[in-house]
Design a protein around this ligand. Structure first.
Ligand code: TRP
Length: 464
């Protein structure tokens, strides 16, 4: 195909699109749950260390592969190596990323539903002080019913579909440039409200005063998994996006900015969730249902004196989740779409249609595994839980080890350094300034990431 390849239009657009991929349900839904279950501030510290030592180097590595190859994730690794192990990293990642998409859209559908029921006042109407049974049955009935979650999921998938078919610049970049600033505004407003909630003090000290006795191997493993998930690592998203970057983009700085934004958003989500949780005395370990059962009650409890304020806070919170989910889901969508478009030489809109159909079918199976397909178990887990476990706990660290070894040891040092140090109007000057950082990144990729990830992987498998 001699057709010119798509690219992002501006550096701001690149930052918003990549940060949009990173900032998602992982930050606002998963992070507070994980932090709550693993002891608060101690978990946060390990999480930040995982971002710095593993997340940023691997993000630079993925950016390097994508921009160097200028093609979809599966082909990018093939351009750099013909060895059967290394050439297939991208393909394995792309398949795993596509599987993540199939259950990500299910939870995104729930979020969309909760935005609607908050907006129309249903959530407010169910509030009874000290009694969450209304929220419990709303959630349980909704996820286990057949049609309603499928409908919301389909609606969400269609939103992704139309963004992707609009193209890289007109779809992904434009949407991210509008939605990400909107997300930050909502986030800041919500943090402002939340700091005045009655449980604010307790929430803050939970998040910022570490209790190191809570640190266990499990905490460390969960922090690494959360860091990878939150930064969208190893599943082809960042590699595919980087294939649309111009040569003037500073890969190390971009990785740094995206990681800082992502971590700040996670902390701010904690600042919103924990005060609400503490003010209403909810059990912090309530797990995945936190956002759908505990939080609606917590928001209404925290602002019970001013009903319109509790309506506003809860509606804004779910709007925030919808925006975050959408910008992340489209990055997962782009991986198989770019692959099919470039491999089968079919139009982008047809490739997207194919992804949409498969995603709807597999998404429906995941969704129904909470209800009528609940009896089907894979390795003792429902289909939904199995996919999440398989992709995030097995495939992510595995691909992380392979990417770190590949970029750190197999790719020629000069090729890596030249690509990473090429940016700005005068690449040679810039190369001098950036060289130090790129060697630090290379060191981490060679010596730190493979070892830590291998230990984490063996830990997950229960071998150590
Ligand atoms: N990072 C996103 C979040 O925090 C989810 C996501 C998007 C993702 N792309 C990914 C997770 C690739 C793993 C791999 O919600």
């Amino acid at each position: 195909m001699t057709q010119k390849r798509a690219s992002f239009g501006s550096k701001f657009g690149i930052l918003m699109a990549a940060a949009g991929s990173a900032v998602g349900l992982g930050n606002i839904w998963r992070f507070p749950i994980e932090t709550g279950q693993h002891g608060g501030a101690a978990f946060l510290l390990v999480y930040i260390a995982a971002i710095a030592l593993l997340g940023i180097p691997l993000m630079v590595a993925e950016f390097f592969v994508g921009r160097n190859a200028r093609t979809n994730a599966a082909h990018a690794y093939r351009k750099l190596s013909s060895h059967p192990v290394w050439r297939n990293i991208g393909f394995i990642g792309a398949i795993s990323g596509s599987l993540i998409l199939c259950y990500y859209v299910v939870v995104s559908g729930w979020v969309l539903k909760y935005f609607v029921v908050s907006l129309d006042g249903t959530l407010g109407g169910l509030f009874r002080p000290g009694d969450a049974s209304g929220y419990e049955s709303l959630f349980a009935d909704f996820v286990s019913s057949s049609w309603s979650p499928l409908l919301y999921m389909a609606l969400f998938v269609l939103m992704c579909h139309f963004t992707i078919t609009a193209g890289v610049r007109q779809g992904i970049e434009k949407l991210s440039k509008i939605f990400m600033p909107a997300l930050f505004v909502i986030l800041i407003v919500l943090v402002g409200f939340s700091l005045f909630a009655p449980g604010a003090q307790e929430g803050l000290s939970f998040l910022f005063h570490p209790d190191f006795s809570k640190l266990t191997t499990r905490t460390v493993l969960s922090a690494i998994a959360q860091a990878f998930y939150s930064l969208s690592l190893c599943m082809g998203c960042l590699c595919t996006y980087a294939s649309y970057f111009g040569k003037n983009v500073n890969l190390v700085n971009s990785a740094l900015s995206i990681s800082v934004i992502d971590t700040l958003v996670a902390i701010m989500a904690g600042l919103i969730v924990f005060p609400a949780v503490f003010s209403s005395g909810i059990n912090l370990e309530s797990g995945p249902s936190l956002a759908f059962i505990a939080l609606p009650g917590a928001f209404h409890q925290a602002f019970s004196a001013v009903p319109w304020l509790s309506w506003l806070v809860s509606t804004l919170f779910y709007a925030l989740l919808v925006l975050a989910a959408l910008t992340s889901a489209i990055s997962l969508y782009e991986v198989p779409t770019a692959y099919i478009h470039e491999t089968w030489h079919i139009r982008r809109s047809r490739a997207a249609l194919l992804v949409t159909v498969v995603c709807l079918l597999l998404g429906a199976v995941c969704s129904l595994s909470m209800g009528i397909l609940g009896d089907i178990h894979l390795f003792g887990k429902t289909i939904f839980d199995f996919l999440d476990y398989f992709c995030t706990t097995i495939m992510m660290p595995l691909c992380g080890i392979l990417i770190a070894i590949f970029v750190g040891w197999i790719v020629k040092r000069d090729v890596f350094l030249k690509e990473v140090n090429t940016f700005g109007p005068n690449p040679t000057d810039a190369a001098q300034a950036g060289r130090r950082w790129s060697t630090v990144i290379l060191f981490l990729l060679r010596w730190v990431a493979p070892v830590l990830l291998l230990l984490a992987f063996l830990g997950v498998l229960g071998i150590i």
